[in-house]
Design a binder for this molecule. Sequence first.
Ligand SMILES: Nc1ncnc2c1ncn2[C@@H]1O[C@H](COP(=O)(O)OP(=O)(O)OP(=O)(O)O)[C@@H](O)[C@H]1O
Ligand SMILES: [Mg+2]
Length: 276
Amino acid sequence: MKQIQMTKTTSFSLINTKKIIQLNDIWTSYDSKNFALEGINMSIDRGANYAIVGQSGSGKSTLLKLMNGMMIPSKGTIKIDYVTPNIKDKKFKKMMHTIGYIPQSLGLIKNSTVLENVLIGALPRLSTIQSMLKKFPENEVQEAKKIIKQVGLEGKEDRKAYMLSGGEKRRVAIARAFMQKPTILLADEIVSELDHVTAREIMDLIADAQKRLNLTAIMVHHDMQLALEYANRVAVIKEGQKILEIGVEGDTIVDFQTGDMTTDQIMEMYKDEPKK
Ligand SMILES: Nc1ncnc2c1ncn2[C@@H]1O[C@H](COP(=O)(O)OP(=O)(O)OP(=O)(O)O)[C@@H](O)[C@H]1O
Ligand SMILES: [Mg+2]
């Protein structure tokens, strides 16, 4: 048998996975009687814009909560960059600040200003004392102002969150997530219920940040058309199961779950799903 001689030893300091998020046969339940998710498999590439679409109650928010470590699956494994998400776990806590999570309710502090809300994203970088006193260093304040400008809210830094329009509130939530300097963005229906122009403006903001920061975005949508326009992959969830996973390659929609389909067939399939 031929022997391979190792002539050179290489030392590696870092292992990098192309698949930043992996879900393996995930089952989860809120009440230990009914399953909110049943056997979900998902594999998300670093830098991807991954969309999750499905009707109300199908399990979309639950999926994001699992990726954020707020929920633990009843069965199956999840890995985010080799780490199992669990907010009680020390190893995950260390990487949590690199995950920008925007909940469906946005989670803004209504009585705080735009600037104060955005600065919350910098809290993990502060010392304990600074963080307790909410004493933000000048460079963080300047960074927050820069991001506020990037999301189109310049001049509204001192406005209280409750005084903002729906679209503006979403921009603040995005700015707060960007302030974290995240590698992953989990956004739960942040453009739903917005007019098409505003929805696209907000999606463009995220697409632009993805190019600049090599951000991986996992976004829950209600609008399949919008999801297809921006995402590399779209997973369709129905009653806790992933029934379809499609991607856009050039002008073609590719079905990654059941073989190639035409756009019309995919769209026809989606039309059968009643929307919220
Ligand atoms: N805190 C909870 N306690 C018990 N059941 C829950 C809880 N949150 C969600 N569920 C249930 O889990 C299932 C999935 O809910 P989830 O919120 O993930 O749906 P969704 O797809 O995000 O819906 P929507 O589009 O309305 O936001 C639903 O049947 C829902 O009733
Ligand atoms: Mg939801």
